[in-house]
Design a protein around this ligand. Structure first.
Ligand code: ATP
Length: 506
């Protein structure tokens, strides 16, 4: 977006604990079924959270489908034919290596224990040591040498953080898919899965979309939807959930051009995060140590959360693996006929199964990154000399385009026709923006409340408003106040939240 939310010198960022409690208190994220003590790694979005999340999703959706004529969307069902997951490799291979500590009875992901150790080395400046460890882990996992992974944990003297012992079980693979039954049992039930990724809904619709949308390779299919994974260790708030939302795009290309498109989407997706307000120095690429057997290349875009650099998006060059697998299992050809002339042969490229470059970002992880980046505590010095006072203010420096509420309208007092005037302004703005009228409490308290949820503008209606139809508009970040005619509010707010101002930077 126009300006990344960079903290000023007098601001501090939040810890994860502060962000979690802020998210709950101000209606962004609640633990699921909290009155029953919650459900591990499942969360609900509150009134402000759902607005923020929808805004982020809309920015992704439009950047993909509206800015690219050759990217179209779909919305596939969560349930899919069970053979889908055999073809995709999820039934046999969608598992994480887990290990239990026999003393604390706690379960861990073996690869995460090793990654955390590597991150410690990195933090201490031992970059080569970190790299060697990750490379060795990648080698063992690729070779499916689980005994070797256990040995590496022992050699690294990794202890359980709870029991502080190294009394480990063997490393085992744990399938992450949730299954359920479809149809009444009496009619012969059928085990089906809750999709662990949205991508397969795109692959099985490749030809439907290509034909109905009259797309030519290269083209992409985008989708936003829920995915479910029975994560072994669900930690770090909405970073790792058991039910979450993905925003995925599969880009179908002519074989031989995949590297070029992989580089294209890698750069484009990183740029998108920067323009969305995640600063360049808090983003980095991380190449995968362990490549899936079909993958040509894979990279994560990582953001520096309060708990370290972690993946928010994956870019994968997947070869023709997925379409070929579906072709084999369904016995339906997944060929595309390319009319373009191959300059080397002077003939059309002809029939082939396209290669795929995938971009896959978690809406919830993006939400968390956005919240972590926006959450700031600022020290403000007011007054002069002996009157000088220092106070702190918490605020969310969200870009106006993603803020849940764009403007809050405050009648200065609850009489003299000011509430009526405020409602008149509300009625003028509500068709274009999410605006609210707040009458209760002092104006200072009302400003504070809006800062806490990231509202970029507060509009104060006072007695002068009744005389000349002007209001005071207060800017969240600078706290500056300016007088403005009511008639200009719509275009002023419109300019601040305009998607074109964001997208022209891509
Ligand atoms: P990780 O290594 O963190 O488990 P992954 O490599 O398995 O993630 P992908 O399968 O590439 O993740 O999924 C694409 C994106 O979906 C991730 O970059 C992430 O943003 C999101 N995602 C994956 N698993 C979860 C989860 N359990 N909770 C929230 N978001 C998730």
């Amino acid at each position: 977006m126009s300006k990344p939310a960079q903290p000023a010198a007098n601001t501090t960022e939040g810890t994860l604990a502060e962000i979690v409690s802020h998210a709950k208190e101000y209606g962004f994220v609640f633990p699921s079924s909290e009155i029953y003590d919650g459900l591990a790694a499942v969360y609900d979005y509150g009134p402000n959270g759902v607005e923020l999340k929808n805004n982020l999703k809309q920015l992704w959706w439009k950047a993909m489908t509206q800015l690219n004529q050759n990217v179209v969307g779909i919305d596939a069902a969560i349930f899919m034919h069970p053979t889908t997951w055999k073809a995709s490799g999820h039934v046999d291979g969608f598992s994480d290596p887990m290990i239990d500590n026999l003393d604390s009875k706690k379960r861990y992901r073996a690869d995460v224990l090793l990654e955390e150790r590597a991150a410690e080395y990195e933090k201490n400046g031992e970059l080569a040591r970190a790299e060697t460890l990750l490379a060795e882990m990648g080698r063992l996992l690729t070779a499916e040498d689980l005994a070797g992974v256990k040995q590496l944990i022992i050699d690294e003297k990794i202890l359980c953080p709870i029991s502080k012992t190294g009394n480990w079980t063997d490393v085992r693979q744990f399938n992450l898919m949730f299954s359920t039954q479809m149809g009444a049992v009496a009619e012969g039930s059928n085990e089906i899965y809750l999709r662990p990724e949205t991508a397969q809904g795109i692959f099985v619709n490749f030809l439907n979309v290509q034909k109905s949308a009259r797309q030519k390779v290269p083209f992409g299919i985008a989708q936003i939807g829920k995915a479910f994974r029975n994560e072994i260790v669900a930690r770090q708030f909405i970073f790792r959930m058991r039910e979450f939302e993905q925003m995925e795009m599969q880009f179908f290309v002519r074989p031989g051009t995949e590297e070029e498109w992989y580089q294209h989407w890698k750069a484009a997706r990183r740029r998108w995060h920067e323009v969305m307000g995640l600063p360049a120095d808090k983003l980095r690429f991380h190449d995968h140590e362990k490549l899936a057997h079909y993958a040509k290349a894979a990279v994560d875009i990582e953001y520096e959360f309060p708990f370290g650099f972690k993946e928010i998006e994956g870019i994968h060059s997947r070869s023709d693996f997925d379409l070929t697998q579906h072709q084999q299992f369904s016995r339906k050809k997944q060929n595309y006929f390319d009319n373009d002339i191959n300059p080397e042969t002077g003939k059309p490229y002809g029939n082939y199964v396209p290669y795929v470059v995938e971009t896959s970002v978690g809406a919830d992880r993006l939400f968390l990154a956005t919240l972590c980046q926006a959450y700031q505590e600022e020290t403000i010095v007011e007054g002069e000399g002996e009157e000088q006072k220092t106070k702190t203010r918490k605020l969310l420096r969200l870009h106006p385009a993603v803020a849940p509420v764009k403007a809050a309208i405050f009648p200065l007092v609850k009489k003299d026709g000011l509430p009526e005037k405020a409602n008149e302004i509300y009625n003028q703005l509500r068709f274009d923006f999410r605006v609210v009228v707040e009458e209760k409490d002092s104006i200072g308290t009302r400003y504070t409340r809006q800062d806490l949820i990231g509202t970029p503008f507060c509009i104060a209606v006072d007695h002068q408003t009744l005389e000349d139809n002007t209001v005071t508009i207060r800017h969240r970040d600078s706290r500056e106040q300016t007088r403005m005619p009511i008639s200009e509010l719509r275009s002023y707010i419109g300019e601040a939240v305009s998607l074109s101002r964001i997208f022209e930077q891509l």
